[in-house]
Design a protein around this ligand. Structure first.
Ligand SMILES: Cc1ncc(COP(=O)(O)O)c(C=O)c1O
Length: 441
């Protein structure tokens, strides 16, 4: 039986509550129930709900100029947003192309890499290498790159060829090795794979800097990205870092790559870029590559009606001003440590929790059937869904990850807005503990 109404909703088996208003870290539904948004939706609401400054900036921009086609005009707000981003991105990564969502940013990055090679007279470089258990979005190009099997399988016949290598996921190392004796085998796998497919055919390697949607906030070993960067340089393969989830201050640095001193050739941003207020994403590219495109083909056949959108850019610019003025990136680092310690203290002893990991205000709590053997729950038991429902009943919103162990595996992502207060962290962690005890035991 379907749900009444005309909406093709995101949940098809039961009606969703109706969100009525939201402020700070709280959402209220039409029944007056309040929920602490402990994951900022899908790790999106970085600066909190209902920010006045963003609303005013968007309102003003609509009245000033709400649309001018991006092939016909630029706007000062889009120029200003680019400069604001360039103030914080690693040196040299300072040209930005704006779009409306993370998947679209990933599609754009893949095409941009190809365009850089075309402009450099390397037309044979067509292949993309990415990682298993990654999350890059659900449009066909991004889904082809993504490594979450349950999302890929139904559409597998429609996907294009992307070569996948194992992720840095020491908890379940694909090689059965242990860090650090492993020699970071998952990073040297890139070298081997490039050689196997033919270095002259490889365009780019795409990876999330911090594994997010599938591996639930799993940071790589410290050395991982310096090895990856060297391999990419050696073979002239472009490095695309997907920071749609982990960028924009979420990890306690403006960009997660800054934790590892690695500068990608291309970076993708989304989600927190507008704090979830409007559909906005971006692709940042190193200026040397931008110059190559300008001097080479002089054209990037891409874009779209809503690219470089001034109103979305006004939201993005307002978010960056809030982050700067309120020191929220530093706050994400401080409060992230607090949240991480509390999660470990309250949940570390539970027999169903195998691992609590994270960085800044991006944390993952992995759930297992047997902690000693790290055996996951079978997926059909839908354990994380049950825990999520219990938490939702208690008025706490988290984000689910599945498919961490083959097609099994469950985890929760905790990633609240950067403005969360200490007593709200206590409330969240206490309820998380009781929800796990009540649901799994
Ligand atoms: C790392 C990463 N890339 C891309 C995407 C896709 O973004 P969107 O859902 O805005 O298309 C996501 C979404 O979760 C993501 O986490």
């Amino acid at each position: 039986m379907s749900i009444p109404g005309n909406l093709f909703a995101r949940k098809l088996d039961s009606p969703l509550p109706v969100a009525e208003k939201a402020k700070g870290v709280w959402i209220e539904d039409t029944n007056g129930r309040r929920y602490l948004d402990a994951s900022g939706g899908a790790v999106v609401v970085n600066v909190g709900h209902g920010r006045d400054e963003i609303a005013r900036a968007v309102y003003d921009q609509i009245l000033r100029c709400h649309y001018a086609h991006p092939t016909m005009f630029t706007t000062s707000v889009v120029e200003d947003l680019s400069s604001a981003l360039a103030r914080h991105t690693p040196t040299g990564l300072d040209r930005f192309y704006f779009l409306s969502g993370g998947s679209e940013a990933v599609e754009t990055a893949i095409k941009m890499a190809r365009q850089i090679h075309l402009a450099s007279k390397r037309p044979e470089r067509i292949r993309l290498i990415s990682r298993w258990k990654s999350y890059h979005g659900l449009t066909l190009g991004a889904l082809s790159a993504m490594g979450r099997t349950s999302f890929r399988t139904p559409y597998a016949p429609l996907l294009s060829e992307v070569v996948h290598i194992p992720p840095p996921y020491c908890l379940r190392c694909s090689y059965g090795l242990t860090y650090p004796e492993c020699g970071i085998r998952c990073a040297t796998a890139l070298d081997e794979t490039i050689q196997n497919v033919g270095a002259e055919t490889v365009s780019a390697f795409l990876a999330e800097t911090i594994s997010g949607g599938t591996l639930a906030a799993y940071p790589p070993p410290d050395e991982y990205f310096s090895i990856i960067r060297k391999i990419c340089d050696q073979y002239n393969v472009l490095l695309i870092l997907d920071e749609v989830m982990c960028g924009m201050g979420r990890t306690g640095r403006w960009f997660a790559c800054q934790h590892y001193d690695v500068i990608p050739d291309i970076i993708t941003l989304g989600k927190g870029l507008s704090g979830g207020t409007l559909a906005l994403s971006a692709v940042g590219v190193r200026s040397i590559h931008f110059e190559t495109i300008c001097d080479g083909s002089g054209i990037f056949v891409h874009g779209g009606t809503f690219s470089h959108h001034p109103v979305a850019a006004a939201a993005g610019l307002a978010v960056i001003k809030i982050l700067e003025q309120e020191g929220l990136v530093e706050r994400a680092s401080q409060y992230g440590e607090l949240l991480g310690n509390k999660l470990k203290e309250r949940l570390g002893g539970l027999s169903c929790v195998s691992d609590i990991r994270g960085i800044g205000l991006m944390w993952g709590v992995e759930l297992v059937k047997d902690k000693d053997t790290n055996t996951p729950f079978p997926r059909h038991e839908k354990v994380v869904e049950c825990v999520w429902d219990t938490l939702f009943e208690k008025g706490i919103i988290t984000y689910k990850s599945t498919g961490l162990a083959g097609t099994d595996g469950d985890a929760l992502i905790i990633a609240p807005p950067f403005i969360i207060k200490k007593d709200e962290i206590d409330f969240l962690v206490d309820n998380l503990g009781s929800a796990l005890e009540e649901t799994i035991g």
